[in-house]
Design a protein around this ligand. Structure first.
Ligand code: APR
Length: 236
């Protein structure tokens, strides 16, 4: 492995957690193949049927309660022994942190937290809430509003997008794992990596029409692809 500590930035999506039993969104049997995203992951959906939205997230919180990090999460955490690693994830699970990654930027929120339905990003209302306890109607945030999961719903702004963009712009090595790159503004991050830096994308699909220019495609599942990736990085 190159013995100079490099700035390694890893951008992940639900595919990195698929082998931990967490559903992806747009694959066969993906969440949005089964559920209506606009009904369950939007402010309007929450206004129209808050119970259905809370039931949906309580189920995902329970699924996460049972899940464990997989080899891909651990390999990325282990990379910190050699490099300065920033994980930018679209995932709302905490599997990167549970595997030991010390710098994780969550673009789309966190299932382990709850917040106010009046002001989602009011830090005084954002709280950890045990994954095995349901959020229910009438459950109040500190500002007296109905409690909601700390998730970025479609159409809501991404608080950490600028921090993420800066990290990608300063990357010495840029890696993408397990995302279909169809949801913006997050998917736009791939365009901020410097042209000369080595760029890798791990995904078992063909990424038809979505493989960004200049990326080496490691066509494999995350748990296999990370081993190929670590080899590639070690010879850089
Ligand atoms: N290892 C690696 N990649 C995998 C694996 C695996 N085991 N299994 C599936 N994939 C890939 C798929 O081929 C696909 O490219 O992961 C990607 C999953 O894509 P999506 O289901 O679209 O999920 P993601 O890109 O994370 O979605 C982005 O959309 O719904 C919103 O907010 C939600 O954060 C989410 C965002």
């Amino acid at each position: 492995m190159a013995n100079i500590r490099q700035n390694v930035v890893v951008f992940t999506g639900s595919g990195v957690s698929a082998e931990s039993g967490i559903s992806t969104f747009r694959d066969k049997n993906g969440l949005w193949e089964k559920y209506d995203a606009m009904k369950l992951a939007s402010v309007d959906g929450f206004r129209d049927d808050p119970e259905a939205v809370l039931d949906f997230y309580n189920e995902r919180r329970w699924q996460l309660f049972d899940a464990k990090p997989n080899h891909a999460h651990y390999a990325l955490a282990d990379l910190e022994k050699h490099h300065d690693v920033t994980i930018i994830t679209q995932n709302v699970d905490d599997l990167h942190e549970r595997a030991g990654s010390s710098k994780v930027i969550h673009l789309h929120g966190e299932l382990t937290k709850v917040t106010s339905s009046l002001n989602r990003e009011d830090d005084s209302c954002i709280k950890y809430y045990p994954l095995n306890l349901p959020i229910y109607i009438g459950h109040k945030a500190d500002d007296g509003s109905q409690l909601r999961p700390y998730i970025v719903w479609f159409g809501e702004y991404l608080r950490y997008m600028d921090e993420a963009r800066l990290a990608v712009e300063n990357a010495d090595i840029f890696i993408v794992i397990g995302t279909s790159l169809v949801v913006y503004p997050a998917a736009g991050l791939v365009g901020y990596a410097q042209p000369e830096v080595p760029k890798f994308l791990v995904d078992p699909s063909d990424m038809e029409g979505h493989l960004p220019i200049g990326f080496k495609h490691i066509k494999a599942k995350a748990t296999e692809g990370v081993d190929i990736l670590m080899n590639e990085i070690s010879i850089l």
